[in-house]
Design a protein around this ligand. Sequence first.
Ligand SMILES: [Mn+2]
Length: 319
Amino acid sequence: MMDCAQTAALLRGWDRILILSHASPDGDTLGSACALMRGLVSLHKQVDFRCADEIPEKFTYLFQGIPLGGFSPEHILTVDVADLSLLGSLKGEYEGKIELAIDHHGTHKVFAERRWIEPESGATAEMIWLLLQELGVKPDKAMADCVYTGISTDTGCLRYRNATPRSYRIAAEALEAGADGAEINRVMWESKTRAQLEAERLILNGLEFFCDGKCAMLRVPRSILEKTGVKDSDLDGVAALPRQVKGVLFGITVKEKEDGTVKVSVRANPPADAAALCAKFGGGGHTGAAGCSFSGISLEEAAEKMKAASEEELLDAGY
Ligand SMILES: [Mn+2]
């Protein structure tokens, strides 16, 4: 286990660095990767980036102007990756080759030679901000935009339980360094297509409550994506909806993926623990937000498993 200073010391000696983000990339894994790549480029190092899945269009500005690739990597690190399996289809290719993992998941499963893990960090991007400073990089506007994006997306615009005073401080420092917070928040939180809204309407039609209203579940079958033309990543926001209902402790979203697997997103209200529920199926995450996945079973079978497990979890915890 390493700290920020040791991580910086390690990176100072590296060049030709490949950074990996997790599959189904979010603002934190991409913002962290891009902020770090920008910092390393400013130190005259060569960088490259890979992710198993396509980068959603709303995140492409993070990569603007970063010179990528043109070399074979000497060193490989991951950002915001809690488990090797979260590399998705890249897992096999990089298993055993990752030298460094920078992450903030309390449920991190060791896969890298060296690790810097801070579970109390609201976003991995916060750690990257500190790392840039430790490296002697003066953050420019583009780095600040990347870090702000990671903090905003992982903390729900600094609304969630994982947002600490430090998250606010680093977000403020990013704003001082030129981050366009209002525009980033508009794009991340206040903007959707008509097709996305139509898909949300169809998904909400199937909203189901159980456990006496302490649990709410949304199902996202492929048919809704086919009907509305939205992409998987266009629906990342729906996972936040069931938890908004008063009295709900577990808001569960079960989504059928293109490859036939079922991806589950759990959002919890205190005192419920989303990571504890997902751990029953080999998943993980944070207290307020976690996930797991199923393969070889249908959407409905996965939904039933999650219902039984959440009832059990609520009983065991005595809520
Ligand atoms: Mn994160």
